[in-house]
Design a protein around this ligand. Structure first.
Ligand code: URA
Length: 239
């Protein structure tokens, strides 16, 4: 594999950024500075460093973004700012968001080039929990909580799958669903005569939104987090 491709695939930067690092002498292969982006390297064997830091080749990248409001969940758009534009310094060429959050929704969004894992995480058959903090226009009644838990008619062929709904002391709702239908949470609240005025995704499977990750910030998943996500979709499939 070419040296510039390895660096870009490992998330060190875009292809043009990593070429620049290489030309400036910031990249070494087995301890020797290499100034040729086209240099062939053996990804599992050669020791590549950028600015003295070892670069670990990874076929797949996983990023956890705290999506802010006002940004759209898309890979490109002629007018609006996209979530990919927030991953500064990352080679986003093959990354896609796993599912979507509305423009006015904030919270945890996973981005990856691991299409197989993304597909499994999104399939309702794998029962991956997504927990949302929901602020509503009016108070949520006990009957509404029960209806949300049992499943409501949101105008689709089938009612929503069973969910967990819990009221916090401040009146906000914690709603955990295992599907990801279009505008699902907003439509569920509408089905019980209410309206969502603020929505934030707090968790996705075993991943939770880190408290110290501000809106607009992102970080790579740790190896442990990646393993837990794979575990989230390795169990029994039903439905
Ligand atoms: N449900 C919604 O209605 N919107 C989101 O962004 C996510 C879930």
């Amino acid at each position: 594999m070419r040296l510039d491709k390895l660096l870009a695939d490992a998330g060190t930067g875009t292809r043009s950024q990593v070429k620049e690092y290489i030309r400036k002498g910031q990249v070494s292969v087995n301890g020797e500075i290499c100034r040729k982006p086209e240099q062939k390297v053996r990804e599992e064997i050669d020791q590549v460093c950028c600015n003295g830091q070892p670069v670990r080749y990874a076929r797949y990248q996983y990023y956890l973004l705290h999506k802010p409001q006002g940004v759209i969940t898309a890979t490109e758009d002629p007018r609006e700012k996209t979530v990919l534009e927030l991953l500064s310094g990352v080679n986003t060429a093959h990354l896609s968001p796993v599912g979507r959050l509305d423009k006015d929704t904030e919270g945890l969004l996973l981005l990856t080039n691991d299409g197989e894992l993304a597909h499994r995480l999104l399939s309702p058959r794998h029962h991956v929990d997504k927990c949302y903090l929901v602020r509503t226009a009016g108070p949520v009644s006990v009957q509404a909580l029960q209806a949300l838990e049992q499943g409501v008619d949101i105008g689709d062929e089938k009612p929503t799958m069973p969910a967990k709904a819990r009221l916090k002391e401040d009146g906000d709702l914690l709603l955990t669903i295992q599907e990801g239908r279009y505008h699902q949470v907003k439509r569920m609240l509408k089905a019980v005569g209410n309206e969502v005025i603020y929505l934030k995704r707090l968790s996705f499977g075993s991943l939770t939104l880190p408290e110290d990750l501000k809106a607009g910030e992102f970080r790579a998943l740790t190896a442990e987090e990646q393993e837990k996500l794979r575990h989230d979709v390795s169990g029994n499939i039903t439905g």
